[in-house]
Design a binder for this molecule. Structure first.
Ligand SMILES: NC(=O)c1ccc[n+]([C@@H]2O[C@H](COP(=O)([O-])OP(=O)(O)OC[C@H]3O[C@@H](n4cnc5c(N)ncnc54)[C@H](O)[C@@H]3O)[C@@H](O)[C@H]2O)c1
Length: 366
């Protein structure tokens, strides 16, 4: 069992461990002592893992409840949050209870938000079951639900007391969802860890074959980056923005594709186009853009994904992005692999409409 620490030195008591290895290990029992356990999950994860997890805690003598909701982003809403809270209230769950988020990013964001507001805040543990949740959403304490006005608009920062990561969950995860998480990990390597990116390049064939040893290695490397970024900027005021590389364009692509593309695939396309923007601004060399495109192409990130999607409205959509200021699109830009471009410590940069349009058109032409 490997242990990493999310070190929140500004508010040290909020620091927490990330355990990588078998979840059902004596380490988890430390967090369960004298606790009522509420496992929050979705119907798919419940179907596959309920027996193993609920039984484990029950057999150890913990009062254990399981509350589930329908899988998918559409459930990340106020109605489902209220349903979970009312079930917990009916069960007389008190402030000493422990919520366990067992699932992907949707479950993690929802269960974390429930834990944050239930009786003014109770403890929770993240047990991520998708690769995206392992490398990204389970760490950092961002909790949220979606609203009719936009995604993730209601939420708070509420750090888990621990995160347990077990690659075993990936054996049941569909391949497209593995790629979905791999893109987020590769994004972190591109912006922050050149050696990890080279490692991915060298081992790409085994990675796309989902070799568990390599996946575990990638998860560990990505978590180290995410934990470091969070330690520097727990509440997303500055340094954490680096994680948005590929996301200005990625969010716009998700929107114009009517959310039919998985987030990671849209971000993958965003990474390619934003790398091209960096090249057009003279920040990044052509050979590096090719390296990035080649790795992502192995995961199925290519312009073919945009077949039948009209891109002519992209500029307007990009300008709706949170980072757009004074009606100009803002992007995280690359200097080289492992380093983002900073100017006077600014991380997000304004780019003209002409360059953005040309980068999209050039990508669609190749
Ligand atoms: N809080 C954060 O910092 C943060 C960061 C990134 C993304 N997110 C959020 O994460 C969500 C996306 O997360 P996701 O990609 O994990 O999606 P998800 O939670 O919807 O999971 C994807 C699908 O995989 C299924 N699944 C989960 N684990 C499985 C397993 N082991 N085997 C088989 N099927 C399994 C789920 O039932 C679901 O159908 C979005 O809502 C996004 O906003 C949050």
């Amino acid at each position: 069992m490997q242990t990493l620490i999310v070190n929140l030195s500004q508010e040290n008591k909020l620091s927490y461990p990330i355990f990588i290895g078998n979840v059902l290990h004596k380490k988890i029992e430390k967090y369960l002592k004298n606790k009522t356990v509420v496992i929050v999950t979705d119907n798919i994860v419940k179907l596959i893992y309920k027996e193993k997890y609920k039984n484990y805690f029950e057999n150890k003598g913990y009062r254990t409840h399981l509350i589930s909701f329908k899988n998918g982003e559409l459930s990340k809403n106020q109605k489902v949050k209220t349903m979970i809270e009312e079930k917990m209230l009916k069960l007389n769950i008190d402030r000493d209870a422990l919520v366990i988020a067992l699932g992907g990013g949707v479950v993690g964001d929802m269960a974390g938000f429930v834990a944050a507001t239930y009786m003014r805040g109770i403890s929770y543990i993240q047990i991520p079951t998708t690769l995206l949740a392992m490398v990204d959403s389970s760490i950092g304490g961002k909790t949220a639900i979606d609203t009719p006005y936009g995604k993730n608009l209601l939420g708070v920062f509420w750090q888990p007391v621990a995160v347990f990561i077990d690659v075993e969950f990936l054996s049941s995860l569909p391949g497209s969802h593995i790629n979905n998480g791999l893109v987020e990990a590769i994004k972190m390597f591109i912006t922050s860890d050149a050696r990890a990116f080279t490692y991915v390049e060298k081992n790409i064939e085994k990675i796309i074959a989902h070799d568990p040893i390599l996946l575990k290695d990638i998860i560990t490397r990505a978590i180290k980056i995410k934990s470091r970024v969070i330690s520097e900027d727990m509440k997303d005021y500055g340094a954490r923005m680096i994680l948005n590389f590929g996301h200005t364009m990625g969010h716009a692509i998700e929107f114009v594709a009517n959310y039919k593309l998985l987030h990671g695939y849209a971000v993958g396309l965003g990474i390619v186009i934003e790398s091209r923007i960096s090249m057009m601004l003279g920040l990044l060399d052509c050979a590096t853009v090719e390296r990035i495109e080649n790795v992502l192409a192995k995961l199925g990130i290519s312009k073919k994904l945009l077949r039948n999607i009209k891109l002519n409205n992209m500029l307007n959509v990009i300008k709706m992005d949170k980072k757009a200021k004074k009606n100009n699109a803002h992007f995280i830009l690359l200097n080289k692999i492992g380093s983002v471009f900073k100017e006077n410590s600014k991380i997000a940069h304004s780019v003209t409409d002409e360059i953005v349009t040309k980068a999209i058109n050039d990508f669609m032409r190749v």
